[in-house]
Design a protein around this ligand. Structure first.
Ligand SMILES: [Zn+2]
Length: 216
């Protein structure tokens, strides 16, 4: 993608959308998009409603930002995920209530629903715990999404990826719904977990599933 005003607007729109649908609040989430000469990422400590295209930070794909740049404090795991996944152009991070609650229990999400396949396999993994913005967290997150399109971050939140931003946002909403229905199902009994064969069959049928690319 190119670093255009439209690209920057799509990041702000994604933040506002997450707030509107209840996936995030305040300044806790962040979004990055790979561009030709680095990555665009939401700024640190700015309310979504006050964000303007000029405030979106452009940083390099490796190495720390310069002193005059103020990217999200989580820039490091955005960078490491984009490095680890050349097929991914967008990373979304949020603290949605149900997904975060499961991350607090330090559980992965098993195949409680066929939509788990939207994450590329039979589960959505949960990382170990490390301090936010730390090297250790960045390494664990990049590792967790090496073979999945999303993960939970222990006692912290969730992260999803996509070849385009819309798909990463769609996955964040699906991840939160998976966590919610898992909790509901557990309230009155033990959920039945789909088999690896069921998920393999779903993955095959998922070739054309999801959302269309309507990016500018
Ligand atoms: Zn966070």
């Amino acid at each position: 993608m190119q670093d255009t005003t439209a690209t920057r607007h799509s990041i702000i729109y994604g933040c506002l959308w997450m707030e509107r649908v209840g996936l995030n609040q305040g300044t806790s989430g962040n979004i990055s998009v790979r561009v030709d000469d680095g990555l665009l990422i939401t700024p640190s400590a700015v309310l979504y409603a006050k964000m303007t295209p000029e405030m979106i930070c452009k940083i390099s794909l490796d190495g720390p930002p310069s002193a005059d740049q103020h990217p999200s404090s989580e820039w490091q795991f955005h960078q490491s995920v984009l490095q680890a996944r050349p097929d991914v152009d967008a990373v979304v991070h949020a603290h949605p209530a149900n997904a975060t609650a499961i991350a607090i229990q330090r559980r992965s999400i098993p195949a409680v629903h066929y939509m788990v396949a939207a994450f590329g396999g039979a589960s959505v993994p949960c990382t170990g715990y490390a301090l936010f913005a730390s090297d250790a967290l960045s390494v664990m997150v990049a590792d967790a999404v090496k073979h999945r399109h999303g993960c939970l971050l222990a006692n912290h939140g969730a992260l999803t990826v996509g070849d385009i931003l819309d798909r990463a946002l769609w996955r964040m909403q699906e991840l939160e719904n998976l966590a919610r229905v898992m909790f509901l199902a557990e309230q009155s009994g033990m959920p039945v977990i789909l088999s690896d064969a069921d998920i393999a069959e779903t993955l095959t049928s998922f070739q054309d599933y999801g959302i269309r690319n309507t990016a500018p």
